[in-house]
Design a protein around this ligand. Structure first.
Ligand code: SF4
Ligand code: SF4
Length: 164
C-alpha cells in the first residue's frame, strides 16, 4: 500500500506560497470536480495530463513534484478550464503562478530558457536574418528590426535580466 501523504507545515507553506503568488489566489476554491481535466485540449492528446491532479498535488503541498513536473509547462494557456470551472479557480493563472515559482527556483526547461534568452538579447524568440528581410522586401513588406531597444529598457527593470 502507498504511504499516506503527510500535510505538515512545509506542505502548507507551499500552498500559501501559491496563494500569495499573482494568479494563485483562488486555489482553495477547487472542489475536485474534474471539469478542467475533462475540458482540457492537452488532455485529449496526452491522457496522462491532468490539471485537476496538479491542483490536488499543490493543495497537498507536493512542492518538489509539482515544480519539477513537465506538466506545468504543457499547459497551452487556452483558458478553457478557467471558462468552465464552476468554482472560478482560474486554473490557467495557477499554472502561470506555478511556472513563475519554478523559474524563481531555477527550474526551467531548456527550450524555454533558450527562448527567454533570445527575447532578452533581441526582443524576439527567433533571430531576424538578412534572408528574412530580403524575402519580406520581395513581398513588399517593411523590414523588421533585428533588435528591440524599447524592450531592452523593460527587461532591465525585470527579473529576466538575471536569467542564467
Ligand atoms: S474545474 Fe475547477 S473546481 Fe473543478 S477540479 Fe478543476 S479547478 Fe477544481
Ligand atoms: S489552460 Fe491549460 S490546463 Fe486549462 S484547459 Fe487549457 S491547456 Fe488545459
Amino acid at each position: 500500500m502507498a504511504e499516506p501523504i503527510k500535510i505538515d507545515k512545509e506542505a502548507l507553506s507551499f500552498r500559501d506560497e501559491v496563494l500569495n503568488t499573482p494568479g494563485g489566489e483562488h486555489l482553495l476554491r477547487c472542489f475536485a470536480c474534474g471539469t478542467c481535466t475533462a475540458s482540457c485540449p492537452v488532455r485529449e492528446v496526452d491522457e496522462n495530463y491532468n490539471p485537476r491532479r496538479i491542483i490536488r498535488m499543490t493543495l497537498l503541498g507536493m512542492r518538489d513534484e509539482v515544480l519539477r513536473s513537465d506538466f506545468i509547462w504543457h499547459c497551452s494557456t487556452c483558458y478553457t478550464c478557467s471558462e468552465r470551472c464552476p468554482q472560478g479557480v482560474h486554473l490557467t493563472s495557477i499554472m502561470r503562478a506555478l511556472k513563475n515559482i519554478a523559474v524563481r527556483e531555477g527550474i526551467i526547461p531548456e527550450a524555454y530558457r533558450m527562448q527567454a534568452k533570445s527575447i532578452r538579447a533581441m526582443g524576439k524568440i527567433y533571430e531576424i536574418e538578412d534572408f528574412d528581410n530580403k524575402k519580406r522586401a520581395r513581398l513588399g513588406l517593411p523590414e523588421l528590426e533585428k533588435k528591440c531597444p524599447d524592450l531592452e529598457a523593460i527587461i532591465a527593470q525585470g527579473e529576466l535580466k538575471d536569467l542564467k
